[in-house]
Design a protein around this ligand. Structure first.
Ligand SMILES: [Zn+2]
Length: 241
């Protein structure tokens, strides 16, 4: 008898929640297997004076679709690769699709759908009244999360985490805040196929659908698969205490 796949297509594309666990304190929804390593890493960071918080974990398909459609329609701000504002409506649809992909995943292709990936910050490093911008400068030397970045560099792999968007590979822009739980994420990445994604997007109310589908093979290669690979250490059994 064939074994059932670990993830259904609905789970891989953010349209089902069977793979998830909702944690109350601190509030976050992550993959069942990622919760304990996340909490263990959070406890270790706390011992170093860092209040490591996942401020964005699981995100469903409809939420990602809302982000996508809002940008495509010019209702949400858009930026070029250097972070300068872009006027979406002044761009031909095919170019708009590419520009959105620098900063936002296609609905169905966000690693946040898997529950293995989340965005982190150090809540103890925020000056009073500070508004989080989620830009690379905040995570570099001189930014409020300089210590968090250095601590993660030294410790995250032992808990199974890595950064899939570290280097500028010409795809998704570098995101020093985005962590991924390697032992499960590599399996989710392998399970998500361009054909599965095409099936989901063909049936979705997505803006720019003809351009999205026409460029899907190329964009799947350039943006979905084109990430930094998990180091071997992150794939070993993670530390849980
Ligand atoms: Zn993220």
């Amino acid at each position: 008898m064939r074994q059932a796949p670990e993830f259904t297509l609905d789970e891989l594309t953010g349209r089902a929640r069977g793979h998830l666990h909702m944690e109350e304190n601190p509030h976050c929804t992550l993959h069942k297997e990622a919760i304990a390593p996340y909490l263990a890493m959070r406890a270790a960071a706390a011992a170093a004076g860092i209040d490591l918080v996942a401020f964005s974990g699981f995100r469903d398909f409809d939420r990602q679709l809302g982000i996508w459609n809002g940008k495509f329609r010019g209702e949400r701000p858009m930026q070029d690769r250097l972070g300068r504002p872009l006027d979406a409506l002044a761009m031909p649809a095919a170019e708009r699709v590419t520009a959105i992909l620098w900063w936002s995943a296609l609905p169905g292709a966000s690693r946040h759908h898997w529950g293995t990936d989340f965005d982190v910050m150090d809540a103890s490093a925020l000056p009073p009244g500070y508004k989080l911008q989620v830009v690379p400068a905040e995570y570099r030397p001189g930014g409020p999360f300089e210590r968090l970045t250095a601590w993660l560099d030294d410790h995250m792999h032992a808990f199974g985490f890595f950064r899939p968007y570290t280097t500028d590979r010409g795809g998704v822009a570098p995101e020093p805040w985005h962590l991924s739980y390697a032992p499960v994420a590599v399996r989710a990445q392998a399970a998500l196929t361009v054909d599965g994604l095409r099936t989901v997007l063909s049936a979705a109310a997505i803006e720019g659908k003809p351009e999205v589908l026409a460029a899907l093979d190329r964009n799947f290669t350039s943006y979905v698969v084109n990430v930094d690979q998990a180091p071997a250490m992150a794939l070993l059994s993670p530390r849980l205490a």
